[in-house]
Design a protein around this ligand. Structure first.
Ligand code: NAP
Length: 293
């Protein structure tokens, strides 16, 4: 008789928003025992419904109890700090789980969260991701990680099931800084694609022909082509909501102005959010006034 494989230690996913729900579903599918917690419990219950291996847990203490990894996937640094105050005392110091902080919070907040973890004796990784809900569901995210290599090794089984790549970029908050740069590039590219499509329309060229020229060639960034398809259809179901893209440019600006073309992009995103379309995908930039002038 063959012995059953040992069950993996539970993973606590704290945050059942777009990204947290996708990560939980992927981990459950890969055989992890996932406890999914969310501030509003109904969202966790909805995300766990029908997802293999994912259990919605309303009690934070129950979510982290005995976990090998605690993954935070929350809106911003303030949200993570509020939740961390509640779970850190429950982790049991150095022998406890690794806290993988995957939300995009910027380097300043990441440093504060690391200090919070250190004070509680908890192992911490600054670990935002590049990629969105669809790559998360396919295990194709890129992890940007800063922290101790031995701590990273402990978290590997979870990171590897969610991502195709782990880029270890430093020992402090380097990953959170790099993540803001990656998102500035991504959001800037989205805005320029919106402008190129607006130009095509102005010049009386078929926008579909532009996509055809780019597709498969060195100029054909698959991400931007995906956004172009949304812009052409005029439908913007959120993979990455515009309001989060704005949050990340605000974090990157850190109270100042962004370099070059990025500052006007931030203003356009603010107009999108002020116009009540912040929960639509960042591709909704195509509907912002500057793209239509
Ligand atoms: N979506 C993406 O493609 C993507 C890609 C890379 C990185 N990220 C980053 O990952 C993080 C999560 O993104 P998301 O797309 O899942 O966002 P989302 O759909 O807007 O969900 C936000 C999550 O944060 C929670 N939250 C907000 N404020 C809170 C507070 N004060 N206390 C406790 N929980 C709070 C929400 O809980 P409620 O449901 O109770 O409001 C929800 O679980 C963000 O930092 C985002 O920038 C997202």
């Amino acid at each position: 008789m063959s012995e059953a494989a040992p069950s993996p230690a539970p993973v606590a996913v704290l945050g059942a928003g777009l990204l947290g729900a996708a990560m939980a579903a992927r981990l459950g599918e890969q055989g992890h025992d996932v406890r999914l917690w969310n501030r509003s419990p109904e969202r966790a219950a909805q995300a766990a419904d029908g997802a293999d291996g994912v259990r919605a847990v309303a009690d934070l203490a129950e979510a982290v109890d005995g976990a090998a990894v605690v993954l935070t996937v929350l809106r911003d640094g303030d949200a993570v700090a509020d939740v961390a105050v509640r779970f850190l005392p429950l982790l049991g110091g150095g022998d406890g789980p690794v806290w993988v902080q995957a939300s995009t919070v910027g380097p300043r907040a990441a440093g504060e969260l690391r200090a919070q973890a250190d004070a509680a004796g908890a192992a911490f990784l600054d670990a935002p991701v590049s990629g969105s809900t669809d790559p998360a569901r396919r295990g194709a995210l890129t992890w940007l990680v800063a922290g101790d290599a031995a701590v990273l090794d402990r978290a590997r089984p979870v990171l590897d099931d969610l991502g195709q790549r782990v880029q270890h970029v430093g020992g402090a908050e380097e990953a959170s800084a790099l993540k803001l740069v990656v998102n500035a590039w991504m959001t800037g590219a989205t805005a320029v694609m919106a402008d190129a499509l607006a130009l095509a329309e102005r010049l009386g060229t078929d926008p579909g022909a532009l996509r055809e020229v780019l597709d498969g060639g060195p100029l054909g960034m698959p991400y931007a082509l995906g956004k172009a398809a949304m812009m052409t259809s005029g439908e913007y179901p959120a993979g990455f909501p515009a309001e989060l893209a704005l949050k990340d440019l605000d974090l990157a600006a850190d109270g100042g102005a962004l370099p070059g073309a990025l500052e006007p992009v931030r203003e356009r995103l603010r107009a999108v959010a002020d116009g009540g379309r912040g929960r639509e995908d960042v591709a909704v930039l195509a509907e912002a006034p500057a793209a239509q002038e």
